[in-house]
Design a protein around this ligand. Structure first.
Ligand SMILES: O=C(O)Cc1cc(O)ccc1O
Ligand SMILES: [Fe+2]
Length: 453
């Protein structure tokens, strides 16, 4: 196997797969990859001495005894064991990155809320300092619930690394391009793609094209997985082969560095004398992954009516209660609308689960104005919402022919828990004070006489 050297000093394994040379296809596969030939032990995990003088180390993403179809772990062969990375920790302040439970007594979370895109300021911000929590739900200490964030990143992390012991991060870019240099390999990410970085994995984020903005779902609970397709069968929605996990990449660099750790909602720093991205080879099924949302194959109404949005689930994070997700990640992408005699946009509704939406690009059918790329909305637990006046009038009077819903990509983080706004979301972010007016002018059409009005 050949090794490729990158400008950043990382060495990564080459693969034989043409177009996705640096990624391996599949969701939750048992992968194996080595950046130097023979670095990966064969037939066993813990040889008495590893090749190249590497140290063997296991990273467990589930309890040792989790059922085998859910069990996730990866074996790393690294220049130094991780424990050499973590000396004494000091607490640091990361004031805009909040964790649940975080209920600000001065903030009202009960409501329908919408935000314009959070603008970039003058300050240089990294992946850590640029994270802005919008909502929190559940409890980070008991590993249930989530937080939603906006990231505003203009600066690469330099000799600085990060891991979250609290959560896996689902990253949804909206602007700019980022590179995630992780212990297990490199992921480049741009709008219309997503990445999932597992809990505990160390990484550094570099800006490939700035400024970068996007959305993050911080999942405190069980990992995101593919939803069961039920009677849809073995294909469509998100197909496993479209998920890409990076090949092994390592750097052998000795410079004063720091590792920031998010742990039980608090941030800590430890200093080390080298890059912790020193995993030369690994095998296992606990690994970062990226996915191109343009490969999502939507299934929908082909005669009449409008199915529940769960039909557009890309990934689901189970809660332990069957069919009731801790979080569903749902994608509203371009598609054909063909339903006959049907009000085609989302119906008016109240939902026990709370719906945090973001616009990646284009126009969302239920909100032709005001919900713009980079913007977000929150329709919290049991709070009514639905199409605005313009969408309602348009859709109820449209001539219903086959119509392509083009130039549209929005998503929803839907959680079984109510979401609480941070002070940043309520007071600093560009909250639209007049959002609820979009339903104000919906007319009373009922006049007691039968017939279509
Ligand atoms: O509220 C929303 O816009 C999201 C949504 C979309 C849909 O098609 C059906 C229900 C739903 O909550
Ligand atoms: Fe909704």
């Amino acid at each position: 196997m050949n090794t490729q050297s990158l400008p950043s000093g990382l060495h990564r394994a080459a693969t034989t797969l043409g177009t996705h040379a640096h990624y391996m296809p599949g969701f939750g596969n048992d992968f194996e990859t080595e950046a130097l030939p023979g670095a990966l032990p064969q037939g066993m995990n813990s040889p008495q001495k590893c090749n190249y003088g590497l140290y063997g180390e296991q990273l467990s993403g589930t309890a040792f005894t989790a059922p085998s179809h859910q069990n996730e772990r990866t074996w790393c062969y690294r220049i130094r064991p991780s424990v050499k990375h973590t000396h004494r920790f000091e607490k640091i302040d990361v004031p805009y990155w909040k964790s649940a439970p975080h209920i600000d007594p001065d903030v009202i979370s009960l409501g329908q809320y919408r935000w314009d895109p959070v603008p970039h300021g003058d300050a240089a911000l990294t992946w850590i300092t640029g994270m802005r929590t919008m909502t929190t739900a559940g409890d980070v200490n008991t590993q249930v619930g989530m937080a939603s964030h906006i990231y505003l990143v203009t600066q690469s992390m330099q000799d600085e690394y990060f891991f979250s012991a609290d959560s896996e991060l689902l990253i949804v870019p909206q602007q700019g391009r980022l590179r995630f240099c992780t212990e297990l390999g490199i992921i480049d990410l741009e709008p219309q793609e997503i990445a999932v970085i597992p809990r505990g994995l160390v990484y550094r984020v570099e800006v490939l094209e700035g400024p970068a903005r996007g959305f993050v779902c911080e999942n405190y609970g069980q990992k995101f997985t593919l939803p069961g397709r039920g009677p849809i069968g073995a294909n469509c929605m998100a197909n496993p082969r479209d998920f890409k996990t990076p090949v092994a990449a390592f750097e052998d660099r000795e410079v004063p560095s720091s590792v920031v750790v998010k742990w039980c909602g608090q941030f800590h720093r430890t200093r080390i004398g080298h890059s912790p991205l020193d995993v030369v080879a690994w095998h296992g099924n606990y690994a970062p992954v990226k996915y191109d949302l343009r490969t999502y194959c939507p299934v929908g109404a082909i005669l009449f009516d409008h199915p529940d949005p769960s039909i557009f689930t890309v990934l689901t994070a189970p809660s332990g209660v069957e069919g009731t997700a801790n979080i569903d990640f749902v994608l509203f992408r371009e598609r054909w609308m063909v339903a006959e005699n049907t009000f085609r946009p989302p119906w008016y509704h109240k939902n026990i689960m709370s719906e945090l939406m973001g616009n990646i690009y284009g126009i969302y059918d239920a909100k032709p104005k005001g919900f713009v790329p980079g913007g977000m909305s929150l329709h919290n637990m049991m709070l009514p919402h639905g199409p605005d006046k313009q969408a309602f009038e348009g859709a109820s009077n449209a001539v219903l022919k086959a119509e392509k819903l083009d130039e549209t990509m929005s998503f929803m983080f839907e959680t079984r828990f109510p979401q609480h706004l941070t002070a940043f979301a309520a007071k600093e972010a560009p909250l639209q004070d007049d959002y609820i007016d979009c339903w104000e002018s919906l007319a009373k059409k009922f006049d007691g006489t039968p017939g279509v009005k």
